[in-house]
Ligand binder design. Structure first.
Ligand SMILES: [Zn+2]
Length: 314
């Protein structure tokens, strides 16, 4: 990386910090909406790490992870550059929703286009203005709807570089996860760049344990990339190659007998589904021995609704 990098026509030199505003598109009120891109350069050259939060506008744990790292002065690298975009989907954030106002998902709109939907425009802006500069990235997410995730890294572990980055982050749990079409992670991979996805907690809520794990993991990854000298101690590695959702076989009220993060045995009773009138009572049984990495906190379920996400090896 040269002495200066130039994003959107603005130069950022070694040892400098700068906020760069990338214009996206106005609200119907004619209020301009700019993407706030915060660039932190070390005094020496090194890798460029991108941190993105709030790609889904209601997923605020990632916003808080990056905000806290900036606020506590943890984000400035000794070597290399951190490009931090705490809030990608400003439109969704304003409306407290995952998607853009037209219902389109930015994370299913990559690589995007200049004249497509707003989701595709946001994706295109990231790909055009930011992507050429980065080497690695961490994209922070939470569970959707009322589903909470235990702090976890999702990565394609059969690729050695991905596996090493995931090991360096050392989240409480690492789960092998294939690439989703038109996602940010897949667009990165297609451009020869590696993005880890960190998931914790649920939409609309802070998850303090997971926020701290997100910060700690980012600091460990920065240390691994020689961007800083110290980092918190890693978690004991717990890596799962597979994961599966347990779905409701009956509609009704889901009564949980386990907690998020519990280790469970195959055929263990995880909860029950009852009717609202006190007559029927069906068991929900674990299909695998593994760990609960996602849990639905909304008790009213239809047949086929996702109840629990179990990570396992076999
Ligand atoms: Zn998300």
């Amino acid at each position: 990386m040269p002495e200066f990098i130039s994003i959107n026509g603005q130069d950022i030199g070694l040892g400098e910090q700068k906020e760069i505003l990338l214009n996206i598109a106005r609200l119907p009120t004619y209020t301009p909406i700019d993407l706030s891109v915060n660039v932190f350069r070390g005094k020496e050259d090194g890798p460029v790490l991108l941190l993105t939060g709030g790609l889904h506008g209601d997923e605020i744990n990632g916003v808080e992870i990056i905000r806290r790292m900036i606020f506590k002065d943890l984000i400035q690298p000794d070597k290399g550059t951190v490009i931090a975009i705490p809030l990608v989907n400003i439109y969704g954030f304003i409306q407290k929703q995952r998607d853009l106002p037209d219902g389109k998902d930015i994370n299913r709109s990559f690589p995007g286009s200049k004249n497509g939907s707003l989701a595709r425009l946001v994706a295109h802006t990231l790909m055009e203005k930011i992507f050429p500069y980065i080497d690695y990235g961490i994209d922070f997410h939470t569970g959707g709807d009322a589903r909470a995730n235990y702090p976890q890294i999702r990565s394609q572990l059969k690729k050695e570089e991905n596996r090493k980055l995931a090991e360096a982050f050392a989240a409480p749990i690492t789960v092998n996860s294939s690439l989703i079409d038109k996602s940010f992670r897949k667009a990165a991979q297609n451009n020869g760049k590696q993005i880890l996805v960190f998931e914790t907690g649920e939409a609309h809520r802070f998850d303090s344990f997971g926020i701290q794990e997100g910060i700690n993991g980012t600091l460990r990854l920065m240390k691994y990339l020689n961007m800083r000298n110290d980092a918190p101690n890693p978690n004991e590695p717990e890596v799962y190659q597979k994961s599966t959702w347990v779905r409701a076989r009956y509609a009704g009220l889901f009564q949980q007998k386990i907690k998020l993060g519990d280790h469970v045995k195959k055929r263990q009773v995880l909860g029950h589904i009852s009717d609202p009138f006190g007559h029927e009572w069906f068991k929900v049984v674990s299909p695998q021995t593994g760990r609960i990495i996602g849990l639905n906190y909304a008790p009213v379920v239809h047949k086929g609704d996702a109840l629990l996400h179990i990570a396992y090896n076999k």
